[in-house]
Design a protein around this ligand. Structure first.
Ligand SMILES: Cc1ncc(COP(=O)(O)OP(=O)(O)O)c(N)n1
Ligand code: TZP
Ligand code: MG
Length: 215
């Protein structure tokens, strides 16, 4: 399998989480999500109650260890320096984060994901060396307070209709009921925070999502 094909597979069920998203112990939530079949993980420790400093680094290492034990790629949200420090598998940055071109330079050989909300941002991300783009919010979400306007799946279709082949993952309000639509629109995978992290059973929820994605 080529590196891109491998990445397309890893993006299928991309779980994102930080301590602020969990009611149970985050390590247990992550273990359950892995048992349920997630294919990639993003460490997103963010917001007013987020862990800081050394405690944050230790928390990242704890979740990274769980991912390593199960061969799940471990991506850091926003923080390129942390990704380098703990030798993460990659980083995901948004339009308001560190410049993607500079992040690419600092993370040679690692996975670089970039958020994009329109065709221009997708093209710019490709120029800057992104390996995949995260597009959304596809549906309404309560998880990200500063999220831009809901886009539906049209923007993903538009990118695919422009014959742009970069791996795409949809994000924002996606559940097991809607994941299939996101894939049908041309996305390689779905990124999920609350549907898994807030589920009574993250394991069962991940299983349901897998069914919707893989059939
Ligand atoms: C896979 C994926 N796609 C999009 C985002 C959003 O990134 P960003 O716009 O920088 O917002 P924050 O997550 O940093 O609040 C993401 N994290 N992951
Ligand atoms: C980080 C992010 N970026 C766009 S929407 C969103 C939040 C996704 O969370 P949820 O899956 O709970 O809607
Ligand atoms: Mg960001």
């Amino acid at each position: 399998m080529s590196k891109t094909e491998e990445l397309r597979h890893s993006l299928k069920l991309y779980f994102i989480m930080g301590s602020q998203n969990c009611e149970k112990d985050p390590s247990d939530v992550l273990r359950e999500a892995i048992a349920g079949g997630i294919t990639m993980f993003q460490f997103r420790e963010k917001g007013p109650d987020a862990k800081q400093g050394e405690e944050r680094v230790e928390f990242a290492r704890e979740l990274q260890k769980i991912c390593k034990e199960h061969n799940i790629p471990f991506i850091v949200n926003d923080d390129v320096q942390l990704a380098v420090q703990i030798d993460a598998d990659g980083v995901h940055i948004g339009q308001d984060d560190e410049n993607a071109h500079i992040a690419r330079e600092k993370l040679k050989g690692k996975i670089l994901g970039v958020s994009a909300h329109n065709l221009e941002e997708v093209k710019e991300a490709i120029k800057n060396g992104a390996d995949y783009v995260g597009m959304g919010p596809v549906y309404p979400t309560k998880t990200k307070k500063d999220a831009l306007a809901v886009q539906g799946t049209d923007i993903i279709k538009e990118v695919r209709n422009s014959r742009i082949d970069i791996p795409i993952v949809g994000i924002g309000g996606i559940t097991a009921h809607t994941a299939g639509n996101v894939i049908e629109s041309g996305a390689d995978g779905v990124s999920i925070i609350s549907a898994i992290s807030q589920a009574d059973s993250p394991l069962d929820e991940a299983k349901q999502l897998r069914k919707a994605i893989f059939g």
